[in-house]
Design a protein around this ligand. Sequence first.
Ligand SMILES: C[S@@+](CC[C@H](N)C(=O)[O-])C[C@H]1O[C@@H](n2cnc3c(N)ncnc32)[C@H](O)[C@@H]1O
Length: 382
Amino acid sequence: MTISKQTLNKKQKMLFEEIDFVGSDKMIILNKAKLLELIDEARNQTSIVSLHDKIFELRRYLSTFKADTKGLLNIGANGDTVQINQKYLFGELRQIVETRTLDRSKYYLHRLAKAVAEQKTNKINDLNLNRWKEYEDIITDSLWILEKRDSSGVHKADYWGNFVPQIPNQLIKRYTKKGEWILDTFAGCGTTLIEAQRLGRNSLGIELQPKVVEIANNLIKSEQNNFETANEVIEGDSKEVDYKEVLTRYRQNSVQLLIMHPPYFDIIKFSNDPRDLSNAGSVNDFLSMMSVVVHKASEVLDKGRYFGLVIGDKYSKGEWIPLGFLTMQEVLKCGFTLKSIIVKNFEETFGKRNQKDLWRYRAIVGGFYIFKHEYIFLFKKK
Ligand SMILES: C[S@@+](CC[C@H](N)C(=O)[O-])C[C@H]1O[C@@H](n2cnc3c(N)ncnc32)[C@H](O)[C@@H]1O
């Protein structure tokens, strides 16, 4: 770590080496007034050396925390509190200590005070834009390489065809606020709803297979519902469901995020039910069915809000069928603008895991490529 020799004296340099300015991803709960008072004290210094001294003092104060039962680091917080990511806060302090001029240090302190005191959010999520650096977990690139499925709590990989919880997790954090409503029209075993419940959002799922509905609702119930939200999977055909009526059961008229993870046509046959999209007679039938679901569900989505469609392509008789792009075109006919096409790496299915060599051989012989990606199309309702 390089540090400005001009500004730190010998004692401070030793302190800098001793004190951890990196921090972990844990959240610290602090008394807001006390923190702002310490930041103000530093801002009132007239020399950079005394300002740095104050930062060291502040950093030492931040070591007096105790972890509470939820693993949050609590610094005797009472009264009006603020929760801050430790890594972010320490990073901001390190930046100030590494700064060479008084003006610049004061500017960073001003920015930090604003981040602590003011909540600046936009209309579609709860992310505090004054503390955007804190959200290291938020993916902003269009290529998602997710190494490992989140298997925490009740999340399981054993429902064939479920998506990794990180997908709904990212979408929910980016495109909803706490207490808002999410609709997933192909709920499967309830991955979206489990994530929604964890994040303090309400959610409704539609799923065709009664057995799967039961599994999903049991999983949702067995997770702690800290925010006391409503999260339920309802049995039904997402082409036929009266979404307005379903929402009125929960005294709602609309949802603020739509998520769809349909069958990728016939790649996985989910049931023998002819209403199941995996039993569509042809690609065109599949697209017509999708179009009906999108039309109907989009009626209950608020204007200006988002729709995440998760889908992959398929091969048929040696031909690559761009199912993702074909479905995207159908959605664009339904009053949406395209906001992003995210490409996400694809986990190997259980079936193919032990047949890597065989598939490589087939790919080389047949001149094709093995699917390793799927899409998350992001749309905004006009
Ligand atoms: C790809 S899976 C979704 C998995 C889900 N994202 C999860 O993580 O569990 C597609 C689901 O859509 C369901 N499905 C197929 N056709 C349907 C229809 N017409 N109405 C409602 N659900 C349907 C299937 O039974 C299957 O569970």
